[in-house]
Design a protein. Sequence first.
Length: 606
Amino acid sequence: MNMRNIAIIAHVDHGKTTLVDQLLRQSGAFRENQRVAERVMDSNDLEKERGITIMAKATSVDWKGTRINIVDTPGHADFGGEVERILSMVDSAIVLVDAAEGPMPQTKFVVGKALKIGLKPIVCINKVDRPDARVTEVVNEVFDLFAALDATDEQLDFPILYGSGRNGWMADAPEGPSDQGMTALFELVLRHVPAPKIEEGSFRMLGTLLEANPYLGRLVTGRVFAGSIKPNQPVKVLDRTGKVVEQGRVSKILAFRGIERQPIDEAEAGDIVAIAGLEKFNVADTLGALDVTEPLQAQPIDPPTLSMTFMVNDSPLAGTEGDKVTSRVIRDRLLREAEGNVALRVEPAPNSDSYIVSGRGELQLGILIETMRREGFELSISRPRVVFQREGDEIMEPIEEVIIDVDEEHSGVVVQKMAERKAEMLEMRPSGGNRLRLVFHAPTRGLIGYQGELATDTRGTAIMNRLFHEYAPYRGEVQGRRNGVLISNEQGEAVAYAMWKLEDRGPMMIEPGWKVYRGMIVGEHTRDNDLEINVLKGKQLTNIRTQSKDEAVRLTPPIRMTLEKALAYIQDDERVEVTPKSIRLRKAILDPNERKRFERSKEGTI
């Protein structure tokens, strides 16, 4: 059968997943009367809620006798490791660009990788029906981006289509015709994308995506580069250096047909399939027949840049809101996650039953914590720490490229805050509509928790995009949180009157009636030291009743702590307690006397 392999590349929220929905719908992958959820490729709840693609996924459509395998890639930098490997599976890419926003940092990152391995992309300008669309300028920006990324003359001669993924059409001109659906895009893919190049020799396949399936065990998706494979055939796995990792038999071969994965009797060169039956076959490994000795060339896996410690929740409220609280179930869940997520590293912390989880960024780790709490887990989590590396005597830290689009009036405060975070400004240029685009190289540790502050400083108008750039020499201390916290000195339920009396000490993070315990953080102190307070103290009742004395207590609304905000807020001696119902902040050592002893012993060692 004729075949084409193509990836869809775009920045976050430029419409990739919606476009795939339309391609599936119009190719007949769904029945006319079949009810299909919107954004069918974003399968987990968090992907749907946040409107982002976290895991790359494959699908296929049949168009006039040709099978088109389509891979939907993540557009967020924290999941960028997936993108590079996916591109080695395909022969071209559709670069989807928003007609108003133009090419964004993630577009640049992925397009750069695609051009480097020699792919000749198709450019689709999406959302041309937006009132603020600026189609001609965006096409020029895409051309400039390709040129800046050292595209060859052939790559610069890219075909362009215009359309609206949401309304289900693509055409050769921005004004349409819009009644032909996606036909123009299907036809262009058949014309422009080369058929898969098939190598000579025995069966060889490169592992690209990994998942842990509850029924089939370890499932590795990849492209067959040479030969063919049938179930029960003996095979061996080679790592990137050519060392044999394991030998075994393939138990099942699954191919993508529409949005379903179906078992097939034989996979041929050029097809993208998932293989089950091997225990150690990993991403970037080569699966081959027993006579294969040379591995296929593969992209190395990017290093993790951020780590957090996951601990058992040992607060007085432990076990009251979740049903998965022991270190054994936490360990099993984390190891299962690491099995299906190559960008994640899980290792036991020394001298304790906690685990150090390292990943590519706050978003990736935040999503793991959010998923676990929805599954009923209770956890205690440390402050995110940056993963340093040593080169000789020098300490190296991860540096990210940060691009911030902001209204001109707020640019001063952004530049100042980024400078405080040891960022180095590379460029500042107008991006249309009284907005500026600021580009920085900033240390990862300086960016922890900056997203919320940026939203406050710019009244929610700034858009920040980050991308791992390189490891570079340590840039010195970054100023942390300046305020101390208010700590509860009793256990019970918070009382409105007590909270009202304590309002001059600083803003609260709790509401009346909430359960609190000794050592729990209930608010932010107005000064730089921590202060213990009693939020349980009720009003002294007297037998004199007057109008003024019984006025309703009016409380200032509390600081609302989301998971990301809480993780960015805590210091080294604090923890975030995460349960299915609550997010609480607490001191690592709950007992005030022990806390003081620990502080003194620390001062003694300095």
